[in-house]
Design a protein around this ligand. Structure first.
Ligand code: AGP
Length: 567
């Protein structure tokens, strides 16, 4: 959940690392810091955002490492911010992950008279490296072996223009250029400098200098081929979430084009049971995937929240992992347990070179473009499209460009629909739907909670009368999603029941009016199964507008990070 980055080479390391940290900030933004290899090590840390580091003095250092944090151990203070210095001040470390045995390691250090200056688990790494009486690369191996849990880190040493790197349990990529080298938690931060990156695997470690990367595993030198970085840095903009929503029509086209070149794994055709696994918004895409795969192919499907996943492998199983970042720890952990049990795996992800893309037996790349805002928007819609295309393909039906063009046109219209109303935000808010629209309702409620910090829940229309309708009165408001003709009667009845109890109702509908106080009418889709790509848009915009109206930062909501790399 943190972002780490390093640069070594002929250019100004301070400036390059600060720029890189801005690109990584979506991974965590409660504190930040940088270490520069000058005559001695210079470390600057802040309890604020990366921009606070712009204040630090100019430097002509050629080597630097930086960190942007999402706190796990210790509050977001300057003392707990990374980099952490070793007791002798000669080694600085930035870390991404959670060291599970840090309490034991801390005691061991205390017994040696070393007092930790922070509450973090990460600080132990710097001291442990300094205690190893050997070459730094070997020290990185030895210390790495003693750390339990996720421990990807970078280290610099006084007097050396080198960055020591170790990956375990959290991603790390390296780009090597002419007389310089870059390393970072994700390829997006490398993309301004190179179109290629070496993605490190767990247990790999090495040293990066101006003359290249020396990589090792288990004490042996290894060589790895770089992969193509298929992303470009996002343009500077005031609000990424808004820009990402606006980009949806082009993103959908890229997903469709990407699918044309995708070879469906043979296991999908014969799968007796399809497991769909993801977290948060990606889990909602899994719920849609289950629905559309079952409807189109008759295959038995199960959608599971990754953190609750406990596979019982059966002959003919296939597991699909839906993850925008490809780095979500819960999702990766579920993927690993499937691999251990021999279940074939397919990843649907937006990030080339991500752990999910590399570790699954096959992977489909959404090509939605970089998504920086913490709230997933365009990636969700592209995930829905990918799952629809997969279901159609397995059912033996081709999806024509004309269908995609229709979705793009409808998306454009839906993006212009205004769902925001002050009274919605001043009411107890409920999102209601049936079938595929209940999934959209859940996603709408999650988006609102995530970026406005307001309570909002989603319910299946028919379920209200079993308890929740007791909450309906003049102080309640319900957003009712309606995209399926066959569910229309049920939703008309629900709206009537809600209004009869004084609740205000707003319908987001592709099937005409359903008797609500207000309607946002969206185009009727030829293929109703594609409507959730459209009907979610006013809900995403509602959350965005509410967040901005409340004076919040929708791109960086409190307590969250784009990629949740801890379990
Ligand atoms: C979405 O708005 C959330 N930020 C969150 O639920 C997210 O979808 C979830 O953490 C999964 O992320 P992933 O798709 O990168 O695996």
């Amino acid at each position: 959940m943190c972002g780490i980055i390093g640069y070594v080479g002929g250019r100004n390391a301070r400036d390059i690392v600060l720029e890189g940290l801005k690109l990584l900030e979506y991974r965590g933004y409660d504190s930040a810091g940088i270490a520069l290899v000058e005559d001695s090590l210079a470390v600057y840390k802040t309890a604020g955002r990366v921009r606070e580091l712009n204040m630090l003095p100019k430097s002509d250092a050629h080597t630097a490492i930086g960190h942007t944090r999402w706190a796990t151990h210790g509050r977001p203070t300057a003392a707990n911010a990374h980099p952490h210095l070793s007791f002798d001040g000669k080694i600085a470390v930035v870390h991404n992950g959670v060291i599970e045995n840090f309490a034991v390691l801390r005691e061991e250090l205390a017994a040696k008279g070393i007092t930790l200056l922070s509450d973090t688990d990460s600080e132990v790494i710097a001291h442990m490296l300094a205690l190893e009486n050997c070459d730094m690369t070997e020290a990185v191996r030895r210390v790495g072996e003693r750390l339990k849990g996720a421990a990807t880190f970078l280290a610099v040493k006084e007097g050396e223009d080198k960055i020591y790197i170790r990956r375990f349990g959290a991603s790390m990529a390296v780009s090597v250029g002419e007389g310089e080298g870059f390393c970072a938690s994700d390829v997006l931060a490398l993309s301004p400098h190179s179109d290629r990156a070496i993605v490190l695997g767990d247990g790999e470690y090495g040293v990066l200098s101006a003359s290249g990367l020396d990589l090792f595993k288990d004490g042996r030198r290894i060589k790895k081929q770089p992969i193509l970085i298929r992303c470009s840095p996002p343009k500077d903009c005031a609000c990424h979430m808004s820009a990402e929503l606006e980009e949806l029509p082009e993103a959908l086209q890229r997903t469709y084009d990407s699918f044309k070149n995708f070879h469906i794994p043979s296991e999908l055709a014969g799968a007796k049971r399809i497991l769909l696994v993801g977290c948060g918004t990606a889990y909602h895409a899994c719920l849609y995937g289950k629905l559309v795969l079952e409807r189109e192919t008759g295959a038995r499907c199960e959608a599971v929240v990754a953190s609750e996943f406990e596979p019982d492998a059966n002959e003919g199983d296939l597991a699909i992992f839906v993850t925008q970042s490809g780095e979500t720890a819960d999702t990766l952990s579920a993927l690993h347990s499937c691999k251990r049990q021999g279940i074939p795996t397919l990843a649907i992800t937006n990030v080339a070179g991500s752990s999910a893309a590399l570790e699954a037996d096959s992977s489909f790349l959404l090509e939605a473009g970089a998504e920086i805002a913490v709230a997933a928007t365009k990636s969700y819609c592209c995930q829905l499209l990918a799952l629809y295309l997969l279901a159609k393909k397995r059912a033996g039906h081709a999806v024509e460009q004309s269908e995609i063009s229709e979705v793009k046109r409808a998306a454009r219209e839906a993006l212009d629909a205004v769902a925001y109303e002050e009274r919605l935000m001043n009411s107890k808010l409920f999102f209601i739907g049936k079938g595929q629209d209940y999934i959209t309702a859940r996603e709408g409620a999650l988006k609102l909670r995530e970026i406005t910090y307001r309570q909002a829940d989603a319910y299946p229309a028919g379920e209200l009368k079993h308890g929740t309708i007791a909450l309906m009165d003049e102080g309640a408001a319900a957003i009712v999603v309606a995209t399926e003709e066959r569910a229309k009667c049920r939703l008309v009845a629900t709206v009537e029941e809600l209004r009869a109890r004084g609740a205000y109702t707003l319908a987001v509908s592709c099937v005409g009016e359903i008797g609500a106080d207000k309607h946002i009418l969206l185009p009727r889709m030829r293929e109703e199964a594609l409507a959730p790509i459209i009907s979610v848009l006013p809900l995403q915009y509602l959350a965005l507008t509410a967040s901005l109206t409340l004076g919040l930062d929708p791109d960086k909501p409190r307590n969250l990070a784009k990629s949740v790399t801890v379990i």
